[in-house]
Write a new protein. Structure first.
Length: 136
């Protein structure tokens, strides 16, 4: 604990309790120096780093325009499917939802044309989607 505002007296912690700082100091004093050195993370200075010295996991994933368009079309198609299911269930749709539902065939046609024109992106998207849906 610490200083009490009510009584104005210092209230120490219970015996046997130690803070994280005290625990680190105790471990360091007792000779656990190898572990402390192994745990310590040392960053390279900017002058020591090479231009391409980033880990592959840290590199930002750049998506091409075709990949972005494919993802947008798939999302639109999924939204339209959800609206159709909602309408079949008997829910009332507002004006925007009915307008989106009316564009369903056009979106589906555009998606099929896109997949025919860009088979590589379609295969990559399908593989990524299958990988993401696998149970771990």
């Amino acid at each position: 604990m610490g200083f009490s505002n009510v009584t104005g007296k210092y209230r120490p912690k219970r015996g046997g309790c130690e803070t994280a700082t005290q625990r680190k100091k105790r471990r360091y004093r007792t000779g656990d120096q190898e572990t402390a050195q192994d745990i310590r993370v040392v960053k390279k200075q900017k002058s020591e780093r090479a231009v391409g010295d980033r880990a592959p996991a840290q590199l930002p994933k750049q998506k091409s325009a075709a990949q972005k368009r494919l993802k947008a079309l798939v999302k639109k198609n999924e939204d339209i499917k959800k609206l159709r299911r909602k309408q079949e269930a008997g829910a009332a749709l507002d004006a925007q939802q009915t307008a989106k539902l009316a564009k369903g065939d056009a979106v589906l046609l555009e998606l099929h044309e896109f997949l025919e024109q860009h088979p590589a992106e379609a295969a990559a998207y399908a593989a990524a989607r299958d990988e993401a849906s696998k149970p771990r």
